[in-house]
Design a protein around this ligand. Structure first.
Ligand SMILES: *[C@@H]1O[C@H](CO)[C@@H](O)[C@H](O)[C@H]1NC(C)=O
Ligand SMILES: [Fe+2]
Length: 436
């Protein structure tokens, strides 16, 4: 696998600059500050047999009390997890499936997925992977089943020294679950960079559930050569879509500790006749506000954006035109987006106007990818935009109880405890002025 990078890099550099920006992103009309270089994380193993030793371990929530463990090995080995509530424990075990994929000349490793549980909430588990179980033991902590719960939120992560800085901050935040609104690895056709990204995030993603949705950098379609979109993303970052009645890994929902979370797909069909729209309509219709007083939507291309970057893209304005009313009528509290490499928080809005019963829109695309920041804003600032700044950072969404949540944004240039922006939100379901 490590051989591929030098061999293909020239071909793909041509494709990257020829297709990626032109095909998916339009022509940028602003200049970004110098980005930092991409880090390539090699496979290093503590195990004697590194070909079957686990790498790129990440976990994701499945239903209320289960966890999907995903990892990759160079050569085949059984998809089996042994786990338990104390170090060295092997009281429980579960088996799953193994898959792989091809992408031009690249052949992926063995991608293993095992769902474990039922697990107790807010509990540390110890787990080992494969059969015989890996020498290395991993730990995870399940999220709480009731308030309070803390989400870390970060988009457009990539794998640079800025990414490392963001991850160091997030690691100190004591979060329960990470939400990623798209653009994960910035592999951009070079598949070994997906492997590198998996290794880079493993220390965090093997310990807390990482729930992701896709961005434009996940598409990785090449005309004629590779026509299927999202090949690597779907193979490596499988999310619990069947459990929410979705037929696509590109959109899904789940309930956790009183929050209904909806992951939407900006780069699949979203018009009112589309499968995604119909699924969303049905999903919102089933929300039980007694059980989940908060509803949060996560997507990639922001519907509200006063940065000069990524204006006029259909994934933003057409998706908003198709779905905004649906979200409004369902009392969605917050919409998190990425794509624009900066931070921006809007007031509660609907139809481009301030509206106390509409969602707060937040762009948090400043994770640290190799393209750098989007630092030019439209002037004057629209009144509905409350706070905007092009700095690398991450967000924390702490839902304290059924009525109150604290949103904070943290710059990488500050200590983790410092909030660059913060606001208390009240759930729309508890606001008598916004009765359904
Ligand atoms: C919810 O949390 C807020 C903020 O901490 C607090 O003011 C409020 O009293 C809490 N509500 C209940 C019902 O505990
Ligand atoms: Fe993007």
């Amino acid at each position: 696998m490590g051989m591929e990078l030098p061999r293909l890099s020239l071909l793909f550099l041509i494709l990257v600059f020829g297709f990626d920006w032109g095909f998916f992103s339009g022509v940028y009309s602003y200049s970004r500050p110098p980005p930092r270089k991409t880090i390539f994380v090699e496979h290093e193993s503590g195990d004697a047999d590194s070909a079957t030793s686990p790498q790129q371990v990440h976990i994701s929530q499945v239903g209320q009390d289960k966890m999907r463990i995903s990892w990759i090995t160079d050569t085949p080995t059984p998809a089996k997890v042994v786990y338990g509530p104390s170090p060295g424990s092997n009281g429980f075990s579960a088996s799953g499936t193994t898959s792989s994929y091809h992408y031009t000349m690249y052949e992926s490793g063995e991608i293993h997925e095992v769902v474990i549980g039922p697990l107790n909430p807010n509990t540390v588990y110890y787990y080992r992977l494969g059969d015989p179980p890996s020498a290395r033991e991993y730990t995870l902590k399940t999220p709480p089943s009731q308030f309070p719960i803390k989400f870390a939120v970060i988009g457009d992560l990539g794998q640079t020294e800025w990414t490392t800085s963001t991850l160091q901050h997030i690691a100190k935040s004591n979060y329960d679950m990470l939400l990623l609104p798209g653009d994960l690895s910035y592999a951009d056709f070079i598949q070994t960079l997906w492997d590198s990204f998996g290794r880079l995030v493993e220390p965090l993603a093997s310990q807390r559930p990482w729930m992701v949705t896709q961005g434009n950098h996940e598409i990785e379609k090449i005309p004629i050569i590779h026509k299927t979109p999202f090949t690597a993303y779907n193979a490596r970052w499988r999310m619990p879509y069947e459990e929410s009645g979705s037929d696509s890994n590109l959109y899904y929902s789940f309930d956790l500790a009183g929050v209904h979370l909806i992951m939407l797909g900006s780069y699949t069909d979203f018009d009112p006749n589309s499968a995604q729209y119909k699924w969303l309509q049905g999903d919102l219709g089933k929300v039980d506000r007694e059980r989940t007083p908060w509803t949060v939507v996560i997507l990639h291309a922001p519907w509200y954006n006063s940065n000069t970057a990524h204006q006029g893209e259909p994934e933003s304005y057409a998706m908003k035109a198709a779905m905004e009313d649906l979200l409004y009528r369902s009392q969605v509290d917050v919409v998190f987006a990425g794509h624009v490499h900066a931070y921006e928080r809007f007031t509660r809005v609907s139809g481009d106007k301030a509206d106390n019963c509409g969602p707060v829109h937040i762009t948090i695309g400043d994770g640290g990818n190799r393209e750098g920041l989007a630092s030019k804003y439209i002037d004057p600032k629209p009144e509905i935009s409350i706070f905007r700044e092009a700095s690398f950072g991450h967000g924390q969404f702490e839902v304290v109880n059924a009525t109150h949540a604290l949103w904070t944004w943290h710059r990488n240039d500050d200590d983790e405890a410092v909030a660059g922006d913060s606001v208390w939100l009240r759930s729309l379901s508890s606001d008598p002025a916004c009765k359904l």
